[in-house]
Design a protein around this ligand. Sequence first.
Ligand code: ZN
Length: 249
Amino acid sequence: MRQETSEWRKAGRRAVETWIGRSRPDAERWVRARLSRGRGPWCRRCGRSTTAMRAVEGGCQQCDAESAVLEGVVRVGAYAGGCAELVQSLKYGGWWELAKPLGRRLGWALRAQLGAGLACEVVVVPMPSTLRRRLKRGFNPAGLIADAAAIEMRAVRARLLWRSHGRAQAGRSRSARLAMTARGWHVYPRARKLLRGRSVILIDDVLTTGRSVRIAGGFLQRAGAASVQVGVVAVTENKKASFDLIIPR
Ligand SMILES: [Zn+2]
């Protein structure tokens, strides 16, 4: 009987997939296969790949105190190969189911970095997307990743920031991105009460220049956060060459 039920369930899922015109493989398995290699050590200060040998004074040789991204970066991988493919499928391919396995892995990385005791004390805050972009995409990738990461960390997840307007960064040059201002960013009033003296993990899908997370982190610090670290699925390595995103389909 149980077997029969599961057969029915499978048939139902196939029917739904046919109905919505797509059939996708299992997200968890897809992520596991693509993240099996190329996840070496990274610099906690700027987020880029490094080796322990080259790490200097809390950072790597590619960065200095000025290029530090808030109070440190925790990542799942570099924005290359399988990891980049996964992020692109999530963001531009509309494959939202990937957010859960990716967020879970980010949660593991954060827990390993912070220690289980501290990981459950932090406030997990997703990077906001504008309403326009959310309507177009149907979801906020950073929000779904933050949900899954917070569950793994047994931490509070709170949407504390929102954006009234703003233009997408992908495809823009580094200088154009850096010129973008903090206009259109807002903090919910409840942030002050929730953040006082707390450590925050700001979650995003990709870290490129770090411009947006610095703006967001600044708002959270002014709202009372004791520290703000960044948790991302992927970090771009060559910041100049990283803007030509390949959009599948
Ligand atoms: Zn570095």
